[in-house]
Write a protein that binds this ligand. Structure first.
Ligand SMILES: NC(=O)C1=CN([C@@H]2O[C@H](COP(=O)(O)OP(=O)(O)OC[C@H]3O[C@@H](n4cnc5c(N)ncnc54)[C@H](O)[C@@H]3O)[C@@H](O)[C@H]2O)[C@@H](O)CC1
Ligand SMILES: [K+]
Length: 479
């Protein structure tokens, strides 16, 4: 499990750890890890030209101490001091002693353009708001000249706790972060600014609380959650998932949701709705009914909404069922909000940003800019687990606790019908007995991985993704 902690939690943990260690020890650990990462990226340290962009806090201190280490190994290191009178004093002294030189921001252009590497020590977890003009200008030169950029702890300009990017921010090739990941390193849009991320252990693990703010499942975590039939299993014990989806206008949504459901581990898939012929033609193993959800026979979980058009009565019937229910797409618009809140069995809602915005009564951009807060807010308002789809899909539980973030997504999944496959897949996992949080996060993981495997860098259709779920499953299981 990859975990991230909020700034407040990191600061508390750092204070506890610092109290046990000699002064400056943590910063030295951070700087040592940073210097190693820079050296690896450069390949050859001796004779290379490194520019540090140094802000007024400890983030700049890390950069200066790392710069001193690199200067001692023969690099030519220049530091652009963005707030000269507030620069980290110990770091600056060490840097100078090691032969580093300082440059006025006004003269920074030429230095940055000629650099082999730029180190962004402008701000870390103490930063708020975008880059100030001086820093923005220098980061712009680095981007223009395509000089590799290593961000210290975080790419400066992003909001550490939320992943928002409110103004200009550094675009890094590598971010070297200390002690733990910060939420911004896992959540878009900030995640895109970080490049690849390297975690340096500074001993924080012992003092961080057990429950993180965010967690990202890895292969091994997903493998442990996959439902696997035992010797005693029959189709009912493995779970039956009911799919109430599709309409005369959108029969394809039903086919795709069923396609996802068949690959999610439930023992049987029931389909209810007007697209039964299309479903059966494609998947003869599906049990179909046109009698409505209440008369469909036993199911352990329902999926409602994909391509449902305007049939609110089916959505109402499913929402009133006393089994886990996944509500997606049109279902999110048609469901009675009080009825959703009144449910006692688990509810999993799977909106994209536009649907989440409609549910929250805000503009779509507001959700895009504050994805974490939006997912949490929706989960709290509806007493439901919320899977907010996007380039980083987030899954927030009704009970609060750590929010899950999916790390397997790919832009190729932004294709029509992809969400229908995801809802069927997650519903199937719900029917197989996973909690709403696990079903949502395992489905997002497999779906993202299936998208990558199916695509391999080329466009894919949603049915390709559904078919590749089997490969994703094996990939996870066989790791
Ligand atoms: N606290 C610790 O134990 C450790 C901290 N470390 C480093 O220290 C950093 C945190 O240091 P600080 O708390 O000093 O905070 P930062 O260095 O992140 O930044 C705070 C300073 O930046 C200014 N600032 C805020 N927003 C700005 C913006 N948008 N543009 C320009 N300036 C801005 C503030 O006025 C303040 O002076 C971490 O990110 C990490 O790099 C590491 O050395 C590891 C140990
Ligand atoms: K930084």
């Amino acid at each position: 499990m990859r975990t991230a902690y909020s700034v407040e939690t990191v600061r508390t943990a750092e204070r506890a750890l610092m109290a046990r260690l000699p002064e400056g020890a943590l910063m030295q650990r951070a700087a040592a890890g940073l210097a190693v990462a820079c050296a690896e990226l450069l390949g050859r340290v001796y004779g290379s030209r490194i520019v540090l962009l140094v802000g007024s806090g400890d983030n700049g201190g890390d950069a200066l101490y790392a710069g001193a280490r690199l200067a001692r190994r023969g690099a030519g290191v220049a530091a652009v001091l963005l707030a000269p009178e507030r620069t980290h004093a110990g770091g600056l002294a060490a840097f100078r002693r090691a032969g580093g030189r300082t440059v006025d921001p006004a003269d920074g252009e030429e230095t940055v353009l000629r650099a082999d590497l730029v180190v962004d020590g402008i701000v870390g977890i103490g930063g708020t708001g975008g880059l100030r003009p001086d820093a923005e200008r220098l980061a712009g030169f680095a981007a223009e000249a395509r000089v590799p950029v290593v961000a210290v702890d975080l790419p400066s300009g992003v909001e550490a706790d939320t992943g928002e990017v409110r103004g200009a921010a550094v675009r890094a090739d590598l971010t070297v972060t200390f002690g733990t990941h910060k939420p911004a390193l896992l959540i878009d849009p900030a995640r895109e600014y970080a490049g690849s991320v390297r975690l340096v252990d500074i001993g924080l693990g012992d003092v961080l609380p057990e429950e993180p703010g965010l967690e990202a499942l890895q292969h091994v975590d997903v493998a442990a959650l996959l439902p696997v039939p035992g010797a005693e299993s029959d189709k009912y014990r493995r779970g039956v998932v009911g799919i109430a989806a599709g309409s005369a206008r959108y029969p394809g949504a039903a086919v795709l949701a069923v396609a996802g459901a068949l690959r999610g581990g439930a023992g049987a898939v029931r389909y209810v709705g007007p697209a039964a012929d299309a479903v059966i033609a494609r998947f003869p193993e599906v049990l179909v009914s046109d009698q409505g959800p209440k008369h469909a026979g036993r199911v352990q979980a329902w999926v409602v909404g994909p391509g449902a058009g305007d049939d609110a009565s089916v959505v109402g019937e499913v929402v009133s069922a006393d089994v886990p229910v996944l509500i997606d797409a049109d279902g999110l618009r048609l469901a009675d909000r009080d009825a959703v809140r009144a449910r006692t069995a688990p509810t999993l809602m799977t909106p994209h940003a536009g649907e989440a915005a409609a549910l929250l009564g805000v503009a779509r951009e507001e959700v895009e800019g504050a994805r974490l807060a939006s997912a949490r807010e929706l989960a709290a308002r509806y007493g439901a687990t919320v899977l907010l789809k996007g380039s980083t899909t987030l899954i927030a539980d009704a009970a609060g606790g750590a929010v899950r973030v999916n790390s397997t997504g790919t832009g190729w999944l932004a294709t029509a019908g992809s969400g229908d496959v995801l809802s069927g897949l997650a519903g199937s996992l719900l029917a197989a007995g996973l909690s709403a949080l696990d079903a949502g996060s395992v489905a997002a993981y497999l779906h993202g991985l299936a998208g990558r495997l199916a695509s391999d860098g080329a466009p894919v259709g949603a049915h390709d993704v559904a078919e590749a779920v089997v490969r994703a499953w094996r990939d996870v299981r066989d790791q």
